[in-house]
Ligand binder design. Structure first.
Ligand SMILES: [Zn+2]
Length: 330
C-alpha cells in the first residue's frame, strides 16, 4: 500500500486517534474512550504532547445516522477535545481499501467466498459442532481452496494459511515486544490489560475483507487507515480488544507497522450491560461538559474535580495525572 497521505508527518513520535462510528451521538461510554485517547496524546513525552486525530468510521453505511458524525464532532468540541487536523471519513476512502485488498489478492492472502451466513451455519452443523448462543461462528474454510463453481459473494483474508507460514517477526523492529505469533495464536501486550492472546483460527477463522453487500469490512478499513494516517498509538474501548489480533495479522500481511494498544474500561448501564448505542444508551447531556468529563475521568481512575475548575484547568489536571499513570517510556 502507499503511504503518500501524511508522509510529512512521519517524524511525529506520537499520532493517536479517536474513531467513532456515527450510529448515534456520543454516550457516557464513548466519551471515556474519546477522553482517554485525547489525554494519551496530550500527555505524551512528559506533556510535550503528540498529535490527536478524529476519524469518522462510517464504513458500515446502513448503520450510520445522517448528522450523527457532525453531532459527535460538536460534542467533542464542547468537551474541549479538538483534533489537530480535519477529520477523515472512511466513506471517502474506498480507493485505499481496494488497493489493500488488491495487494492481499496478489500476495495470495485473500480469496473469494461464496458462503451465506446459512451456508456457514450448515457447515458447522454438518461437522457436528453446536453453537453457543450469540457466539459468532468462525468461518469453516469452505472456499479457502476454490469456489467449486459457486458465485463469489465476499472476499476473505486467508488467516489460516497465513498463520501456518509463520512465525512472524514484527515489521517494526523497535516494537518487538508488542506481539508475537506462534501456533495459530497471536500474543500481544495491551498497555492497560497486559498480556493477551487469541487463537485467531478458532475464534474467527478467515475474516471477511469485503462483505457480500459490497461494503468494506471494519477490520480492513481500520488497519488501512491506521497505517495511512501513521497512527502510533490506539486508545479505544475494551469491547474492541479482541479485534486486535486480527488487525495485527492484517498489518503483517500488508507490511505495515503495528501501533501500541490501550483498551479503556467500559461503562455499564443500570442493567449491568455495557453501554452502547445498540442497547439504547442515552446521548450525553453536555449542558455541563465538566460534569460529563468528570464522570468519564472517574471511570479512567483519574482524580475527581475537588474544586471549581474551568474546563481547560480540569483537562490540564487530567493530562498530568494520565502522564503519571500511562506515559512512562515504553
Ligand atoms: Zn465460503
Amino acid at each position: 500500500m502507499t503511504h503518500g497521505e501524511g508522509a510529512q508527518r512521519q517524524t511525529s513520535t506520537y499520532q493517536g486517534r479517536f474513531a467513532p462510528s456515527p450510529t448515534g451521538p456520543l454516550h457516557a461510554g464513548s466519551l471515556v474512550a474519546a477522553l482517554a485517547s485525547w489525554l494519551d496524546a496530550r500527555a505524551w513525552n512528559g506533556g510535550k504532547g503528540g498529535r490527536w486525530l478524529v476519524r469518522v468510521e462510517d464504513v458500515d453505511a446502513p448503520r450510520c445516522i445522517p448528522g450523527a458524525a457532525e453531532l459527535i464532532l460538536q460534542q467533542l468540541a464542547t468537551c474541549g477535545l479538538i483534533p489537530d487536523e480535519p477529520p477523515v471519513w472512511q466513506s471517502a476512502r474506498s480507493a485505499l481499501y481496494q488497493q489493500a485488498l488488491d495487494q492481499l489478492i496478489v500476495q495470495g492472502h485473500a480469496y473469494p467466498c461464496a458462503c451465506s451466513r446459512k451456508d456457514i451455519e450448515d457447515a458447522h452443523a454438518a461437522q457436528g459442532h453446536g453453537r453457543a448462543r450469540h457466539a459468532a461462528l468462525p468461518y469453516p474454510g469452505t472456499c479457502r481452496h476454490g469456489l467449486r463453481g459457486r458465485p463469489a459473494r465476499s472476499w476473505r483474508f486467508n488467516a489460516t494459511d497465513f498463520l501456518k507460514n509463520q512465525p512472524l517477526e514484527p515489521v517494526d523492529k523497535a516494537h518487538t515486544a508488542l506481539f508475537s505469533i506462534a501456533n495459530d495464536t497471536v500474543h500481544w501486550t495491551d498497555r492497560r490489560l497486559g498480556p493477551q492472546s487469541q487463537q485467531v483460527t478458532r475464534a474467527v477463522g478467515d475474516l471477511v475483507l469485503r462483505r457480500a453487500d459490497g461494503l468494506w469490512a471494519y477490520q480492513l478499513a481500520v488497519v488501512v487507515d491506521d497505517a495511512a494516517q501513521h497512527i502510533t498509538h490506539v486508545v479505544r474501548g475494551e469491547d474492541l480488544a479482541d479485534n486486535t489480533p486480527r488487525q495485527i495479522l492484517l498489518q503483517q500481511a500488508l507490511g505495515v507497522a503495528t501501533p501500541r494498544y490501550l483498551h479503556t474500561p467500559l461503562v455499564c448501564g443500570a442493567n449491568g450491560e455495557k453501554l452502547s448505542k445498540q442497547n439504547g444508551a442515552a446521548a450525553l447531556d453536555l449542558r455541563d461538559p465538566l460534569q460529563a468529563l468528570g464522570e468519564a475521568a472517574e471511570v479512567l481512575g483519574l482524580p475527581a474535580l475537588s474544586q471549581q475548575k474551568s474546563l481547560p484547568q480540569a483537562l490540564e489536571m487530567w493530562v498530568n495525572a494520565w502522564a503519571r499513570n500511562y506515559n512512562r517510556p515504553p
